[in-house]
Design a protein around this ligand. Sequence first.
Ligand SMILES: [Mg+2]
Length: 123
Amino acid sequence: MKILIVDDSSTMRRIIGNVVQQLGFSKDDFDEAEDGVKAWEQLGKAQYDIILTDWNMPNMNGLDLVKKVRAGGPHQKTPIIMITTEGGKMEVITALKAGVNNYIVKPFNAAVLKEKLDGVFKS
Ligand SMILES: [Mg+2]
């Protein structure tokens, strides 16, 4: 399984990468992108099974990335989990409407990510 981790914070990408590895994935199982533009480029180069994306990022934010992915292309149906500090009800609804499959509010732990991943792949 191939995972794309999108976050403008290198620290946060490392944390998410560590959590993903705690769940049994290896370093070869995930790639990183620092904003929506880079993520979109990456999605054109390789096939991913899940996208974990931040919301607030420069150049192209996570919400716009989700809309772009859902608008068409090889990842149109790929599960997306948004991992963000934007935990308000309106934000969650906005993200779900845009096509996010699940939503995690930072800070989070491995158990939460596992639960959300399981939820995405079971549904
Ligand atoms: Mg950010």
